[in-house]
Design a protein around this ligand. Structure first.
Ligand SMILES: *Cc1c(COP(=O)(O)O)cnc(C)c1O
Length: 420
């Protein structure tokens, strides 16, 4: 089935007299007839439910939907996008090892990889998203366990050359992890271009309505974990009575290992009610993504012709640095536009504070238009050098186009630009 249909129907098929809508199973626990039944569940934890720290029927229905949308073999929801990034890497990388990441990624991920991972003994080597195949390969060390990038980078809006990064990762027998938050599976399916693992902050377009913070990890099932670089997958897991993940779970080894080891130990699993809310967003994801793209294109063109704007980044615009990559990888350039206001930071802030319809929010990809000043807000902890590497100018405004009537959005921009 196609995306519009999957958004509505994948992951849950009610039987005779069962609820039409995915039910909220707000229960931490499940009951069993006998002690032997409980013991059996511990022997084969994927066969039934144990405890809602790592599995819940409502959440699992949404996981199945997202896995189908991305074309993967399985998915696991997390309580935030940050938790998804963290666990997607910790599932394959440990102290004394390293990862290679695109330098143009979400500021929270840069913090996680640069500082918190360092404390855990994991080194992160950043490369420019425009690095050549050879440069990416040169950054990969013998102890590097994954390559990481964002389909459309937040907020730099560079488009990742997924095939190039996947080729470099695979030449070194390691997987490519792609954060597909801004594109969503509706605009890009990274697995089709060689990515092995996809993660999302579901707090953004997937939810869309700004009602739940969440994340998800999706496994393509295509990476060969038995290539000798990943003994944790092929050797017995002492913490799970000697299970060998690739042997027992085959193509789903990665995502089942993530649940059985990391979710069991960290417990950052969403509540059933959050998954229910996320599902309401997912049901309309296809319809909304088309409209975000359409509105954003009109707004980007409006910014482009304004003499108060120094530059506009929107990969859907002809002439944008990433236009060709966007054409190759995306069905639409999504709803976020980065603009640099002439006159720098002060003018950017004046413009933002003059907006009446668009709100100042620490959010993006909302159903309502919102703006943010990355250098002064989300990325304010980055050094000048890191800001530059992340593609963030002090006058940059991240403009997240919503689903209001586009003429109302433009009227608002027009009056705010008139104030500066
Ligand atoms: C917001 C965001 C994250 C972090 O997600 P949270 O749900 O806020 O934890 C990760 N990646 C990208 C691209 C994001 O936009």
């Amino acid at each position: 089935m196609r995306d519009e249909t999957l958004c509505l129907h994948a992951g849950y098929t009610p039987g005779n007299t069962e609820p039409r809508v995915v039910p909220i199973v707000q229960s931490t626990t499940y009951t069993y007839d006998t002690t032997a039944d409980v013991a059996a569940v511990f022997d084969e934890p994927t066969k039934s439910l144990i405890y809602s720290r790592f599995a819940n029927p409502t959440v699992m229905a949404i996981e199945a939907k997202i896995a189908e949308l991305e074309g993967g073999v399985g998915a696991m929801c997390t309580t935030s996008g940050q938790a998804a990034s963290l666990m997607s890497i910790l599932n394959i990388c440990q102290a004394g090892e390293s990862i290679v990441a695109s330098a143009q990624i979400y500021g929270g991920t840069i913090n996680l990889l640069s500082y918190t991972f360092k404390k855990l003994g994991i080194e992160c080597i950043f490369v420019d998203p425009d690095a050549s195949y050879e440069e990416i390969c040169a950054a990969i060390k013998p102890n590097t366990k994954a390559v990481f990038g964002e389909t459309i980078a937040n907020p730099a809006l560079s488009v990742l050359d997924i095939e190039k990064f996947a080729k470099a990762a695979h030449a070194n027998n390691i997987p490519l992890i792609v954060d597909n938050t801004f594109a969503t599976p509706v605009l890009c399916k990274p697995f089709d271009f060689g990515a092995d693992i996809v993660i999302h902050s579901t707090s953004k377009y997937m939810d869309g309505h700004a009602v739940q913070v969440g994340g998800v990890i999706v496994d393509s099932g295509k990476f060969d974990w038995t290539n000798g670089k990943f003994p944790e997958f092929t050797e017995p897991d002492e913490s799970y009575h000697g299970i060998c993940y690739t042997e027992t779970y085959g193509k789903a080894a990665y995502i089942i290992k993530a649940r059985m080891q990391l979710m069991r130990d960290f417990g950052c699993y969403p509540a059933a009610h959050s998954a229910f809310l996320l599902n309401l967003g997912l049901e309309t994801l296809s319809v909304r993504m088309k409209q975000y793209c359409e509105n954003a294109m009109v707004v980007a063109k409006y910014f482009q012709q304004s003499d108060k704007i120094e530059s506009v980044s929107y990969p859907g615009l002809e002439g944008d640095k990433y236009y060709d990559l966007a054409k190759k990888y995306l069905k639409g350039a999504s709803g976020v536009i980065s603009i640099v206001i002439k006159g720098g930071k002060d003018k950017a802030i004046k413009f933002m504070d003059s907006l009446k319809l668009a709100s100042n929010e620490v959010h993006v990809a909302d159903i309502r238009t919102c703006v943010l000043h990355p250098a002064g807000e989300t990325h304010r902890q980055l050094t000048e050098e890191q800001l530059k590497a992340a593609g963030i100018n002090p006058g940059l405004v991240r403009f997240s186009v919503g689903l209001e009537n586009v003429q109302d959005i433009i009227d608002d921009i027009e009056q705010a630009l008139a104030q500066i």
